[in-house]
Design a protein around this ligand. Structure first.
Ligand SMILES: [Zn+2]
Length: 347
């Protein structure tokens, strides 16, 4: 058996919400021998000790809870939201050594706080996934519910959040793996193919993992009799072409002729372009005026858009994205704004 008290060490930390000092426990992971790794990044350690149980810190006074690292990152607006939500909310006692029950209480509290502060979907997803792992280690039935919640939250993060602790490629892989684990082989194959296709030389490890899980998904789909068409597994030499073929086999069937055709748009208005179901965010630095940055942040906060200002900017672009670029030939910013406004009004 692992001697838990030797693995843990205590330190004092400052709560960014109530400003008081409270004790937290950290794990000396280097002292832990790894027993095995699951394809969704769950690491099993010898002796059954789970260091993820200590990955969430909970303030013993106000109950603010979040993952470490990132615990101290609380904005003014979030502090207000958390202060309101935590008033009258019971504070779980998760101090010291944590068993399954205490770990779950800590995760629950962090999930509550992340929702209250309208935090990132990626942060929520990670908490759901850790809850699923805790259930897996015990071999109980609770795992699936939390895998599904994690998957939903990772999908939201993948489509709407450009900033986070996980790269888009890693997240696409994880969405594939969680889809496979709940038996959605079509999505699994699609996301693994995306990783194989979009990964670069430096992503070789995750690409190899995606290839393995791609094959596993296909085999499991066939065993389950889900009617997945067999396709060649993406080979090492021609990943892009093979992955494209895989994607095709995973694509939904074409619309049947019996389906009603969508109504035609009025003359002179271009029909909206069909956008891909999964859109990969790309980081692009842009300069905005300070008043615009302020406005974008306020909208993000008021609307509770996971406090990600990028969502607001993307929504604005989305609105104008169907205007043919040739209609927007302008000499400057103001003229361009007028042309966009005119087009949106249908003029
Ligand atoms: Zn506190």
């Amino acid at each position: 058996m692992v001697e838990t008290e030797k693995l843990l060490y205590r330190l004092e930390t400052l709560c960014p919400v109530c400003g008081r000092k409270f004790p937290v426990w950290k794990v000396r992971k280097s002292a832990l021998p790894v027993e095995g790794r699951d394809a969704d990044f769950y690491v099993r350690y010898e002796g059954g000790f789970d260091p993820s149980f200590y990955s969430v810190w909970v303030c013993a006074y106000c109950g603010y809870a979040a993952g470490d690292p990132g615990f101290a990152e609380v904005s003014q607006a979030e502090r207000k939201l958390l202060g309101d939500a935590l008033k009258g909310h019971p504070v779980p006692d998760v101090a010291g050594e944590r068993d399954f029950i205490k770990a779950l209480a800590a995760y629950d509290q962090a999930i509550f706080c992340t929702q209250a502060r309208r935090g990132r979907a990626g942060a929520l997803a990670s908490l759901y996934l850790k809850t699923a792992w805790a259930h897996r280690a015990r071999g109980d039935q609770g795992e699936r519910e939390y895998l599904e919640k994690a998957l939903d939250a990772y999908r939201t993060a993948f489509q709407t959040e450009s900033e986070g602790r996980m790269s888009p490629l890693m997240m696409a892989y994880l969405i594939g793996e969680l889809s496979r684990r709940i038996g959605n082989y079509k999505d699994a194959v699609q996301y693994f193919s995306m990783v194989i296709k979009d990964g670069t030389d430096k992503d070789q490890n995750i690409i190899n993992l995606a290839r393995e899980q791609w094959r596993l998904s296909r085999d499991e789909a066939q065993q389950a009799g889900a009617g997945q068409p067999a396709a060649p597994a993406p080979a090492a030499g021609s990943a892009a072409t093979e992955a494209a073929a895989a994607l095709q086999t995973a694509a939904p069937p074409p619309a049947s002729a019996a389906e009603p055709t969508p109504p035609s748009p009025p003359a002179g208005v271009a029909p909206p372009k069909v956008r891909p179901a999964v859109r990969k965010p790309i980081h692009m630095g842009v300069f905005l005026y300070s008043d615009q940055v302020q406005w974008v942040k306020e909208v993000a906060t008021v609307a509770g858009l996971a406090l990600d200002p990028s969502v607001v900017i993307r929504a604005l672009v989305e609105l104008a994205q169907d205007i043919p670029p040739e209609q927007l030939s302008a000499a400057g910013e103001e003229e361009l704004a007028q042309l966009i406004l005119k087009s949106l009004k249908g003029g």
